[in-house]
Design a protein around this ligand. Structure first.
Ligand code: PLP
Length: 433
């Protein structure tokens, strides 16, 4: 396995005391395959960080970026300035979005888009003459990036700890309960609540699909109270759930949709917020008011050119529906693992994403998702070890045969981890999570 000694690279979310002499260096990618420096091949079952929707090594996207860089690498879109790829991408995304007469605000990634949406929600209410409507609600296990608002809205406790006070006027509710959301809005007073943030399927928090009726119920509760509905489709858009922006599945028309990742399939960094006319109007109809927010590389011409090439591939190769077509095969490949002593639950079935939850007793004994992920890597598969689960979100180009193999290789990896601890068995009747 490729390693590298004492690095200068500080890795995100990494225990650098361990990683500093034990990096895994990926050298090359081709469709669903990755190759390390020794040329060993791996199946990218996680799509890198849930984003390699069209797969790796697409020359067409590289050519589009190269051509744009040769012509104009970029120019800022602040004030009244624009560039052609940003304009074209804005038009295409708003045409594809399930929101009539939408606008798009570009950023350089998911977390920046979440912070944009949070500030825009508050700015909207302020512009409406309701500056006291600042409170933001999100969900347990939710992940919304690591910027200021995103950290404060995140529902994974470990990601919030140790940073001192987070953004004020934010609350977290249980992930699948409509009553809890409704109660929280009542408790705070709807007149103080700006917006609710929701991932269609929670990703980094462990792959939790919404319970039946949850997304529609959320939309109804938000509409009842006038609370803005902000859907974080950073993972779920661009085919992961079988449609362009994920919310089409429930026929929702949110006030904002946050996207990133799959918009370029990761070839260059780009994110943004699709904004409904309700939220845009106060800023677009009367002169004299600006949304004083934006990052230097918002609307970066080369990133937008890469996104346009990526969207062309998603469309031409009919990859968008595959997220829904392959959701059953992926769940079916992994579900038999529930009989394994290390596994407490398998989740998925809503889009091409799934998780194998490792039994809490096993984790308590050091048989962690990270160990299972390492055993998978030894067997030529890359899947993400989360806090309590191993997660899968392969490129939309993955075949059914490879999905079947994924289940088999995961069983072999679980067996190998268990073999190292032959005395382990979960306590009878132990809770699933
Ligand atoms: N929102 C969701 C649902 C995500 O999964 C992520 C990243 O994984 C983000 C926001 C943050 O995106 P980024 O890492 O591009 O800042």
């Amino acid at each position: 396995m490729a390693t590298h000694s004492d690095t200068r690279l500080w890795h995100p979310f990494a225990d650098m005391a361990v990683v500093r002499t034990g990096e895994f260096v990926i050298d090359r990618g081709e469709d669903v395959w990755l190759f390390d420096r020794e040329g060993k091949r791996y199946l990218d079952a996680s799509g890198s960080l849930w984003y390699a929707n069209v797969g790796h090594g697409r020359q067409e996207i590289a050519d589009a970026a190269r051509a744009q860089m040769g012509k104009l690498e970029t120019y800022s879109v602040f004030g009244d300035v624009a560039n052609e790829p940003a304009l074209e991408l804005a038009t295409q995304l708003c045409d594809l979005a399930p929101i009539q007469d939408a606008r798009v605000f570009f950023t350089t990634g998911g977390g920046e888009s979440i912070d944009t949406a949070a500030k825009l929600a508050r700015a909207y209410w302020s512009a409406e003459g309701r500056p006291e409507r600042v409170h933001l609600i999100s969900r347990e296990a939710g992940y919304h990036g690591t910027n200021g608002f995103g950290t404060s809205l995140g529902g994974i406790e470990a990601n919030r700890a140790g940073f001192g006070p987070l953004v004020a006027d934010t609350s977290i509710v249980p992930y699948g309960s409509l009553d809890a959301l409704d109660q929280k809005i009542h408790e705070l007073g709807p007149e103080r609540v700006a917006a609710f943030f929701v991932e269609p399927v929670i990703g980094a928090g462990g792959v939790y699909p919404p319970p039946d009726g949850y997304m529609e119920g959320v939309a109804a509760i938000c509409a009842d109270h006038g609370v803005l509905l902000i859907v974080d489709s950073v993972i779920c858009a661009f085919g992961r759930l079988g449609s362009w922006f994920a919310v089409e599945r429930w026929s929702l028309e949110p006030d904002m949709i946050v996207f990133a990742k799959g918009v370029t399939s990761g070839y260059l960094p780009l994110g943004g917020v699709i904004v409904s006319p309700r939220v845009a109007d106060p800023f677009w109809s009367e002169p004299g008011r600006s949304f004083r927010h934006g990052a230097t590389y918002a609307g970066h011409a080369t990133c937008c050119a890469a996104a346009l090439a990526n969207i062309e591939i998603l469309d031409r190769e009919e990859l968008i529906p595959r997220g829904a077509e392959l959701e059953r095969p992926l769940l079916d490949a992994l579900t038999p693992l529930v009989d394994h002593p290390l596994v407490s639950e398998v989740r998925g079935g809503t889009g091409l994403m799934a998780a194998v939850e490792i039994h809490p007793d096993a984790i308590g004994r050091g048989l962690t998702p990270a160990k299972v992920s390492a055993a998978l890597r030894e067997r030529g598969v890359i899947a993400r070890g989360l806090a309590r689960a191993v997660a899968y979100s392969p490129p939309l180009t993955i075949t059914r045969e490879l999905i079947t193999e994924l289940g088999e290789t995961t069983r072999a990896a679980l067996d190998a981890v268990l073999e190292d601890h032959p005395t382990f068995s979960p306590a009878p009747g132990a809770p699933a999570r």
